[in-house]
Design a protein around this ligand. Structure first.
Ligand SMILES: Cc1ncc(COP(=O)(O)O)c(C=O)c1O
Length: 352
């Protein structure tokens, strides 16, 4: 029997006639047109540099003041970057602080690398700096994710700067997962900074290139970069060179590309946020990314039933450390969001 409560793998990649998927966080919008233009001419096929193609690293270094191409490693998505960095800097038993609700892969990644997760609770999706300060003292690593999957909330710039300072004073490494840094509705973005910060990013979300699997890690500390390259040499080796070439083309996309996408995301955000409020669900207003995490009656019953009876995919809040909630990704067209909301409304009306 299918277990709809175990983990999201049961829903990832599931498509079908009449299914409305608020599940997987993958943009349905297209990548920049020019990424495909290289294909007819492209003929490279040999191993590439483990660290990543130099043209791509150079292009990325232009986005980070004071960096150079040597500070970057191109990875198989942000996912590989997260795994490699935890392995590179963590020692068995080290504590890693996560803010709850968290991206569902963080606890397994931490635990499978023989590290120990610890948690700080947020208030309305915002880090509670007092609790953070208390918990962080015992930790060697902190993972910050703003804008957040699954809440869509962003952390205040003042909070991010406080975290930078606290961690610097305590000699703690910050892994800043900024895969949604360009999908932010409420203010300009703030990228965490410092020699103790390792930035993780990806082409999956900003450029809608999830399946190409290109991400990266950036650190000013060259010893960290070397350790990561050392691990990658014996695991995945180079990231797909054709995908890197396509990512390089994406870095040349005009700013209008991102502006256009952001406008669409914001319209969808407003649609789903207001729609869920009309259903009288309690939720935090998303300020970035493309997720909402409403409180929902009996999520362990609702997630399988919404799928089996209404053909609506949602994710269990439990997977993100939020057992009273469900997560919805609004990476789908307006009409589908509207239809999905209707079905959720019908489900709720039938509850005792
Ligand atoms: C917060 C966060 N980090 C990392 C990832 C992994 O992204 P990638 O496709 O680049 O591996 C995701 C994907 O949903 C995410 O939400």
């Amino acid at each position: 029997m299918q277990d709809f409560l175990k983990d999201p793998s049961i829903f990832i990649g599931v498509q079908g006639k009449n299914i409305i998927s608020f599940g997987s966080g993958q943009p349905d919008l297209a990548p920049p047109e020019q990424v495909f233009k290289i294909l007819p001419e492209y003929r490279q096929f040999k191993y590439g540099l483990i660290q990543g193609q130099k043209n791509l690293r150079q292009a990325l270094s232009k986005q980070y003041a004071g960096s150079n191409a040597d500070n970057f490693v191109i990875t198989n998505g942000a996912s590989e970057a997260l795994d490699l960095i935890l392995r590179a800097i963590g020692k068995p038993g080290d504590k890693v602080l996560l803010h709850k609700p968290y991206y569902y892969s963080y606890p397994p990644l931490v635990e499978k690398n023989y590290l120990e997760p610890d948690y700080t609770e947020k208030i309305e999706g915002k880090i509670d700096i007092e609790d953070f300060e208390k918990k962080v003292k015992d930790c060697k690593i902190v993972i910050i994710n703003s804008p957040s999957n699954p809440t869509g909330r962003i952390q205040e710039i003042s909070t991010l700067k406080q975290i930078e300072k606290i961690c610097k004073d305590l000699n703690i490494t910050i892994i800043s997962d900024e895969v949604y840094k360009d999908l932010i509705y409420e203010r300009e973005n703030y990228m965490m900074q410092g020699n103790h910060v390792v930035t993780i990013n990806s082409f999956s979300k900003t450029f809608a290139m999830c399946g190409f699997r290109v991400g990266y890690l950036y650190s000013n500390d060259q010893s960290i970069v070397e350790k990561v390259i050392g691990l990658k040499t014996h695991t995945s080796m180079n990231t797909s060179i054709i995908a890197q070439e396509m990512a390089f083309e994406a870095t040349k996309a005009p700013v209008e590309y991102q502006k256009k996408q952001l406008k669409i995301w914001k319209q969808r955000r407003d649609l789903i946020y207001n729609g869920l409020l009309e259903l009288e669900l309690e939720l935090w207003k998303p300020e970035g990314a493309f997720y909402v995490l409403p409180k929902f009656p009996n999520p362990r019953k609702a997630v399988p039933e919404l799928f089996k009876k209404h053909k609506v995919i949602t994710y269990l809040g439990d997977w993100f450390g939020a057992p009273e909630r469900i997560r919805l990704s609004y990476a789908l067209e307006q009409e589908k969001i509207e239809e999905g909301l209707k079905r959720i409304s019908a489900y709720l009306k039938n509850q005792p």
